[in-house]
Design a protein around this ligand. Structure first.
Ligand code: 5RP
Length: 263
């Protein structure tokens, strides 16, 4: 692996082999989604506990100061919205030149396996990988399901993750699911877990993050269950303890409860 690619990946994946990415990219198709209306206010307190930010160029330029030293994973797919016909109908919305200008450590793109736009999204990934490899910029593929949340079972996620890796993604972001080991074992590149919609209790998130880590995920790219929580800093600290300190869900919940009391 060339030095630039290796260097960028080592900024993203920490020395223990694990990673906590903080996604705040949801507005690219959801608009000012609840609790992310003012990205700067969400991002600033979470940054110290994040290993990287997953973010669009617009929010990066306007809501993150350029003296930021946390690695940036630039969301580069887009072109669809919650109110449009099909969330899967995305294209490449940001060029590799722009990613380089913004000093991105990686770029991220959604793929919609099984959708009407499967071929387009997979070929977008392949094209992005060609460009990323040329400049030493890793591509994170997001196995997206649009509004079809029921798709998130091991069979589908293993298929989508493997295809993304085969097309050259250096990291795959997918959902945790029952039988998650099938997803990780079938995917030859590091896997990070998204959080999905807000769960009923904090423990549910901590439980699945822990389970996913035991089954081989390298970490998370988990947003809503952190920044929609009433105590986002407490929540990220709890998740971080599982990712980087090997805490159990019970220990992590104790961290959440203690930190919650601190503000
Ligand atoms: C949204 C994304 C998010 O980065 C991803 O879904 C992770 O966020 P969450 O934990 O909120 O699901 O790709 O476009």
């Amino acid at each position: 692996m060339d030095w630039g690619m290796a260097n960028r990946l080592s900024q993203l994946i920490q020395k223990d082999g694990h990673a906590l990415f903080m996604p705040v990219d949801h507005g690219y198709f959801q608009g000012p989604t609840t609790k992310l209306e003012k990205p700067r206010e969400v991002i600033e307190p979470l940054l110290p506990y994040s290993d990287a930010l997953f973010i669009t160029r617009g929010v990066l330029r306007h809501c993150v100061d350029p003296d930021n030293t946390k690695p940036i994973i630039l969301r580069v797919s887009g072109g669809a919205s919650m109110v449009g016909k099909d969330l899967a109908n995305e294209g490449l919305a940001t060029s590799m030149e722009e990613a380089i200008r913004l000093n991105a450590s990686a770029v991220g793109i959604s793929v919609f396996v099984g959708s009407d736009y499967e071929k387009e999204s997979l070929l977008n990934l392949a094209k992005l990988v060609d460009e990323g490899e040329r400049y030493g910029i890793p591509v994170m593929a997001v196995t997206a399901v649009g509004k079809e949340l029921d798709k998130r079972d091991a069979r589908y996620l293993a298929l989508a993750s493997r295809i993304a890796a085969e097309l050259g993604a250096r990291v795959v972001k997918t959902y945790w699911c029952k039988g998650f080991e099938k997803v990780v074992q079938g995917c030859p590149v590091p896997v990070v877990m998204a959080g999905g919609p807000v769960t009923e209790t904090e423990l549910e998130v901590l439980d699945f993050v822990y389970d996913g880590m035991q089954k081989g995920a390298i970490g998370v790219n988990l947003g809503r269950n952190v920044w929609k929580n009433n105590y986002p800093v407490a929540m990220i600290k709890a998740i971080r303890a599982i990712i980087h300190d090997n805490s159990t869900p019970k220990q992590a919940l104790e961290i959440y409860q203690t930190e919650k009391g601190n503000g």
